[in-house]
Ligand binder design. Structure first.
Ligand code: GDP
Ligand code: MG
Length: 162
């Protein structure tokens, strides 16, 4: 079976846009994996001749426990089911308390965790990326899911972790 990368983070940071970017266009095969709830959708990805599965999370409504608990629960699930986890944050906003709560959960992971600093659409945002070291997840990888900037570098880092 191919390795699985789970993509987590709070709503609107660009998880789904980034998943589409990681898949590329024509290689992407959308699959509704049996037994996986609707809020976790798995896709086949191919990079440098290596196949892996990308699981997009989200699409759920924050429940009575609140957004922070819901996102943390997704992160727990990702840690226990995926070979590596990609936390996506919005570089234009910076680390929020929800991002910090999820990072706290992910720091306990015994699987590799990568940090994507999304929405780095132009060079002016690069200095903001370094601030995300504060999440304690190692090097923040800049990327613009929207424009594709740095996507190849992020894919290289993902495959090195898987
Ligand atoms: P999700 O809720 O985390 O899955 O986020 P989405 O992928 O649905 O994206 C939320 C919003 O952020 C959408 O309006 C996207 O177009 C936007 N977005 C995603 N990635 C980028 C990016 O790299 N740059 C900018 N400027 N906007 C982005
Ligand atoms: Mg989404």
């Amino acid at each position: 079976p191919q390795p699985v990368l789970a993509v987590v983070g709070r709503p609107n940071v660009g998880k789904s846009t980034l998943v589409n970017r990681l898949l590329g266009r024509r290689e992407a095969v959308v699959q509704d994996t049996p037994g996986v709830t609707r809020d976790r959708i798995a896709y086949d990805a191919l990079w440098n001749g290596r196949r892996f599965t990308v699981v997009d999370t989200g699409g759920w409504e924050p429940d009575a426990r609140g957004l922070q608990a819901a996102v943390a629960a997704q992160a727990e699930l990702a840690m226990s089911t995926a070979d590596a986890v990609l936390l996506v944050v919005d570089t234009t906003v910076g680390a929020t308390s929800t991002d910090e709560a999820v990072a706290r959960v992910l720091r306990r992971s015994d699987r590799p965790v990568l940090l994507a600093a999304n929405k780095v659409d132009d060079e002016r945002l690069v200095p903001e990326v370094a601030a995300l070291w504060s999440l304690g997840l190692g090097e923040p990888h800049p990327v613009s899911a929207l424009h594709g900037r740095y996507a190849g570098d992020l894919l290289d880092a993902i495959l090195a972790a898987l």
